[in-house]
Ligand binder design. Sequence first.
Ligand SMILES: [Zn+2]
Length: 298
Amino acid sequence: MNFNLSLALAASLALTTTTLATTALAVEPPNPPAAKAFQIGTLQAWSLHDADFGILNDGKTFGADVGPVEVAKVLAAAAMPTDKIPVSIDALLIKTGDRLVLLDTGLGPFAANQLVASLKLAGFEPGQVTDILITHSHSDHVFGLTTQAKTLTFPNATVRMTSKEWDWMKSLAQNAAVTALIASKVKTFEPGAELAPGITAVALDGHTPGHSGFEVRSGTARLLDVGDLVHSSVVSLAKPEWAMGFDSDKVLGKATRRAELNALAKSGELVFAPHFPFPGVGHIVAQGDGFVWKPGVE
Ligand SMILES: [Zn+2]
């Protein structure tokens, strides 16, 4: 479904789940589940679609330090509407050895658990997922851990996130229902840890207290799941130095974004960005004093 979560996501860091649900209900028309298969070296991977939404260009999120007029200029230059910024929610699935690893879980009940329908399109059932790697604990990445019936969506999976992120997630009242359900499944890690064959945690500081990217390696092939280092394939890349309202530490977020985008443009490695247009797989290319997105799985 197409979830117009502009308000919900803009404020979800502080919202109760009730408010999020109320806002999410306003949304349509349907936007079907989808799974896009691709290779990372010899590893099989899939991008799984969860939801779409638009973030209002109201100066609170994108360009929080420059205002909506400047953001509108960047959108207009890319021939996009200037009133809101389209953002997708997707997750990455990787088969590595006998492990089936899911990176983030979408909005769960707030997107009708559509990620599960996308997982089935890829040929798997939720019970087959062995490991879940969480970039960070915002609702659009962790609420998919639970079903509408308040049970575990992926009953056989270990849930991995940084120890800092788990501490922060538990500290927020809005997460209480989810943290209670997943607590016995959570196993924390530190930046740099190898979490599954070929998959390593990479610190990407600023977005949340324990935000992590994940690097996937197979032979000479490499992909970085950048989590919420970036949110818009247009604005976040053209102006990485603009403050992002969702970042817990906006100064650190800007610095990490600029440095990491530089590194990714230089290395030319494949990137998975959960909020870029589905399937969110492609390359970062330097252009002027910013960057542009070159979508494609090759
Ligand atoms: Zn997000």
